[in-house]
Design a protein around this ligand. Sequence first.
Ligand code: F6R
Length: 617
Amino acid sequence: MCGIVGYVGDNKSIEVLLGGLRRLEYRGYDSAGVAVIDSEGHIGTRKRAGKLQVLVDDLEDRPLANGATGIGHTRWATHGGPTDRNAHPHLSADGKLALIHNGIIENFAELKQELVESGATFTSETDTEVAALLVGREYESTQDLTEALRRVVARLHGAFTLLVMHEDQPGVVVGARRNSPLVIGLGDGENFLGSDVAAFVEFTRRAVAIGQDQIVTIRPDSVEVIDFGGAPVETEEFDVAWDASASEKGGWSSFMAKEISEEPEAVGNTILGRVHDGLVKLAELDPIGDAALADLDRIVIIACGTAAYAGMLGKYAIEAWARVPVDVELSHEFRYRDPILTERTLVISISQSGETMDTLVAVQHATAAGARVLSVCNTQGATIPRESQAVVYTHAGPEVAVASTKAFVAQVTALYLIGLHLAGVRGTLTDDQIRENVVELQAIPDKIAEVLSVSQAEIGQLAHWMTDTQSVLFLGRNVGYPVALEGALKLKELAYIHAEGFAAGELKHGPIALIEPGQAVIVVVPSPRDPNSLHPKVISNIQEIRARGARVIAIAEKGDAAVLPFADEVIPIPLAGSLFEPLLAVVPLHIFGMELASAKGLDVDQPRNLAKSVTVE
Ligand code: F6R
């Protein structure tokens, strides 16, 4: 939550900051602000409630003098409402120091009390202003911005990335991080800081991730990193795997439309390089080692939201293939209930951003308890992979729309690859069985492309007819159940329509009471071809709700004649093995959520109240 960008270099800070904020806006869009040290050596700030465009328009009407040093912020409000006054940057008492913050300072109330008692006045309701005033005071006594920040972070509890600059130190931006992200971009005669590489990828693809409890000082020609104790830290450079165009809309009506269209590549690229001689080999699992993987007695998948639904699909596949029990838990529930973990437990965290605080603290907890921790992540240089024993990256490319789509199919793909790798190591599938599943997985990108080309217009039409719908229920069984949950979540968060996903077998145990004439129900129907298929049971469930007046929209395998008499609409998906059907069935639901939100005139990329990286607990 909150996007942060810092720059030192040429006299173009405002362009760099606004460009970076545009690409970081997915992290929060309650307000935006910039501070720049101009050529006269004075700090100018501008900050406005609302989306970044409000700030951009304001800067056009009332330009701010440009400069070679600047910081910028886009906010997801925690302490204090989304107002101009609460927008960042915040200034020190003398107005000479500007500070921005991502995270929550948990002990801000006591620090504020101390400041008030010593005569400080506050202009905002934020926790951040406490840090601005404290660093300002420390600077007065030390005249050293890095040391001033170092002294203050030692007093802060919670999660924070802070960036500061001072009028007396043009050409210097100092950043510190604990439990919130910060990445350095290395330029030529200029350097950058950002919440993630999107902040500066337009200018450089050379990056360095900053570790936990570290402080970085950037100048145009140098970068120095120390820890909170003041000792120098060695850093490692990496190349950003995608270029700026990957995080641009490129002619699409929204990032979400673009990202759904990229679902085939998200799956294909995640498989790429991981199949050898038809078998899955994940070199990324080497830090854990085959012996430990063969000896596992339990896997716990931890994640939040859409990533947790991907985890539920991972459970079905890993249990089926690797024959090891898998539990799926929401990270925040897992962390605070003293879970039983041993060195024979593998904890798999899933996170697109790699910064979700709930998942990060769960990973830290699992590591401290002695479990092995493997992360599935889409973002290089993020905190969760850095704190994990091993990481399998999804290669979905940058996901900008706040609601996750292409990352979901990439996460499921990564989990399936992990399942097949484990099956090989544990000897629970023969090589031929693994190869058959690999062939199925490799066929998925083309099949998703088929869903996109066949169904898009039809789903758009359906969504258009349903703009006045107040409630939609989603049903699925077995692997269709997480798909139903994902479909419901997308509809809630994008179209603000009440939606619930249910396991279809649970219907008679309560939810069927919700069915009244006209109630829209979307049903994920399994293939009828599999002899063990739950197809007949799902058809019975459809009949039960139809008998009570439900309007049924079925996502069903093409050619499934049994479903036709009982459904008002059928959205066909190509044939696939039963574990692979979810990767196809979810695509119409992603399109449906997006189209219904668009038909209601809503911003599908930035739904209300949400932020893409949830970096607070
Ligand atoms: C829903 C959505 C969220 C995220 C969740 C976890 O569309 O995007 O539910 O899936 O906040 O985020 P990551 O994967 O970044 O940990």
